[in-house]
Design a protein around this ligand. Structure first.
Ligand SMILES: [Zn+2]
Length: 149
């Protein structure tokens, strides 16, 4: 509002000065003050609009923080929380390829089945016993398990 007060003061000064209203200088001066007056009003409107926008942005930011907390948890630790925990991979089961010594059929068994120590061949029904001397399986889990008959 300070700017508009200054313009009002300027207008009053010109009025008090009693310039010759017919003089070109007076007309230019009044046109100039009109223009400054309009600018001051426009600036005041922009300042008001800007402060309203700031309020909206602040409330959006608060809402977004709530959503972030709901999604990623309450703690404020940074991006590490968004990454995948490497432990997740351990839940993936290792698959072993087994060839039945009785019928020659190859099939897959997972670690849980190997832990049982024996399995019936899905092709011929032969009971297969596993010798659990499995070395660390390769990443693709395709290492053959040893089958004893
Ligand atoms: Zn078999």
């Amino acid at each position: 509002m300070e700017l508009m007060e200054k313009v009002a003061y300027l207008k009053g000064m010109v009025d008090m000065a009693e310039f010759d209203p017919a003089a070109k200088e007076t007309k230019v001066l009044r046109a100039l003050i009109d223009a400054v007056d309009e600018m001051a009003q426009t600036v005041a409107e922009l300042v008001e609009a800007n402060s309203q926008m700031c309020e909206v942005i602040e409330s959006l930011d608060e809402d977004l923080s709530e959503v972030e907390n709901d999604l990623y948890g309450e703690d404020d630790e940074d991006e590490d929380d968004y990454g995948y925990d490497e432990d997740d991979d351990s839940e993936e089961e290792d698959i072993y390829e087994v060839t039945c010594p009785s019928c020659g059929k190859t099939f897959d068994v997972d670690e849980a089945m190997l832990d049982e120590g024996e399995i019936n061949c899905p092709a011929c029904g032969e009971l297969l016993e596993f010798d659990l001397q499995i070395e660390d399986p390769p990443a693709d889990g395709s290492e053959d398990a040893t089958v004893t008959e």
